[in-house]
Design a protein. Structure first.
Length: 204
């Protein structure tokens, strides 16, 4: 259980590759009497939490896009408690989940905090800190988390212009899973979870 999980150095699990970028044939349709964002060829599984999710490929080949997050792999990490670097479980044998948090969130150890950063297994804390520009910028603290649950999405919002074209009206906006008026016109790119029982990790 404690053996380091082998990963290809410099190829974090949640980081996308240029070749994984897909065209998004966005459109609006009517659903339950309201306009709803969709794809012209949408499949039912492209909605989760009543919001449409951004499409992306899964090849993991080509040029790494360090400044972006892979939508499907980020969501998978959040739903299953997987490590952002290797994509394997980030939960310790004792049941606590290893998680790197911005220092601004650490202080009140029991408050629930929303975050779009997935967990990081113990073996990959150093690599995550070295390679993730977002973590570096936020003065990270290595923590463990007792539990967490989905509360929202980071999304791009869309509307229609006078010519009926689908246009972006908001970029990377946090939207709560209960904000149905926004979810209808949102394209989700990352799942936001609320962590509880947050504690700084024991040294070593
Ligand atoms: Zn890992």
């Amino acid at each position: 259980m404690t053996a380091a999980v082998a990963t290809e150095l410099g190829k974090p699990y949640i980081t996308p590759y240029e070749e994984e970028t897909l065209d998004l044939p966005l459109a609006f349709e009517w659903a339950d009497g309201l306009p709803r964002l969709t794809y012209r060829d949408a499949l039912p599984q492209e909605w989760m939490f009543k919001v449409l999710w951004a499409r992306c490929g899964t090849a993991r080949e080509g040029k790494i896009q360090w400044h972006l997050v892979h939508t499907l792999r980020q969501r998978r990490c959040m739903l299953k408690g997987l490590c952002r670097v290797c994509g394997k479980s980030a939960t310790d044998p004792g049941g606590r989940i290893n998680w790197i948090m911005p220092s601004s969130l650490v202080g009140d150890r029991t408050s629930p905090w929303p975050t779009a950063h997935p967990p990081t297994c113990k073996a990959h804390v150093d690599e995550a800190l070295a390679t993730c520009p977002y973590l570096r910028r936020e003065a990270p603290v290595v923590c463990t988390v007792g539990d967490y649950s989905p509360v929202g999405v980071l999304a791009n919002l869309y509307g229609e212009d006078d010519g009926g074209r689908v246009v972006e009206t908001g970029h990377q906006i946090p939207v709560g899973l209960d904000e149905s008026h926004l979810l209808n016109r949102a394209l989700a790119t990352q799942l936001i979870v609320q962590v509880t029982d947050l504690q700084p990790a024991a040294p070593g």
